[in-house]
Design a binder for this molecule. Structure first.
Ligand SMILES: Nc1ncnc2c1ncn2[C@@H]1O[C@H](COP(=O)(O)OP(=O)(O)OP(=O)(O)O)[C@@H](O)[C@H]1O
Ligand SMILES: [Mg+2]
Length: 234
């Protein structure tokens, strides 16, 4: 598995050097490949005290020069992001998130309102922290429901710290698209979302978020029951 440390190269010198560096970060064993992206690979590994971790490793052919900016933002986004244990230019050693893609849970649970609320609340947390994730249009890959039922958002590669991010805007349109909800039905939510995006005061954003959550119930209602001609829609 350690050959992935220098992916896509398999230079022994590179692997040896990176293994040594990983040891200084407390990682003693590399176990599995969790994912392979354009700029990095993610490996399951183990710390010397036995803690399972995920290690994001900069690919040697990556256009990015290091992972430290991503790491700082991931730290800011915790506990929605995985907990970061340590970082270097080439590695982010973080909590191993075990769970299911949120999309699978949402679909299998019929978009039950508590799940819709949890997803939007995770986005709201990022908004409060000033973290703009910037890849939530691909939320399928990045939003996970962990074993405790908490919504976790992965991959802060494109994220930035900005004044008034609107992660909930992205998540809401993702949910609406997934659910196949008609824009006409969304009017009640789109207005507070528009205000939320523009609002400068955090108090106002907090109030608007409550309204957004209330009206988001439309995402959980069975589509046929909206038309008023449903016989047994429970
Ligand atoms: N902390 C984690 N715990 C468990 N699995 C993880 C963790 N971080 C990432 N993964 C897994 O590895 C995959 C790739 O992670 P990530 O999206 O951060 O890599 P990437 O190199 O930025 O990929 P891409 O270029 O496709 O965006 C994720 O989709 C997920 O399956
Ligand atoms: Mg990425």
């Amino acid at each position: 598995m350690s050959h992935y440390l220098c992916y896509p190269s398999s230079s022994e010198d590179c692997v040896r050097g990176r293994l040594e560096e990983l040891r200084t970060l407390g990682v003693v064993e590399v176990l599995n490949l969790l994912g392979k992206g354009h700029a990095a690979v993610v490996l399951e590994a183990r710390l010397s005290n036995g803690t399972p971790v995920a290690v994001k490793v900069l690919r040697v052919d990556s256009k990015r020069t290091d992972l430290t900016a991503e790491c700082r933002i991931a730290e800011l986004a915790y506990p929605v992001s995985p907990k970061v244990y340590s970082c270097s230019e080439e590695f982010i050693v973080m909590e191993l998130v075990r769970g299911y893609p949120a999309v699978e849970v949402l679909v299998s649970e019929g978009f039950r309102y508590p799940y819709v609320v949890k997803v939007l609340a995770a986005g709201r947390w990022l908004d409060v922290r000033g973290v703009d994730h910037r890849e939530l249009s691909r939320a399928h890959k990045h939003v996970v429901i962990d074993r405790t039922g908490a919504v976790r958002i992965l991959d802060y590669e494109s994220a930035a710290v900005v004044e008034r991010p609107c992660n909930i805007c992205r998540l809401f349109s993702w949910l609406a698209r997934l659910r196949g909800v008609d824009v006409g039905v969304l009017g009640e939510v789109l207005t507070p979302l528009r205000y939320y995006k523009k609002a400068e005061s955090e108090d106002l954003r907090r109030e608007l978020f409550k309204e957004i959550l209330r009206s988001s119930e439309v995402l959980s209602v069975h589509p046929e029951s909206r038309s008023g001609n449903c016989i047994s829609c429970n």
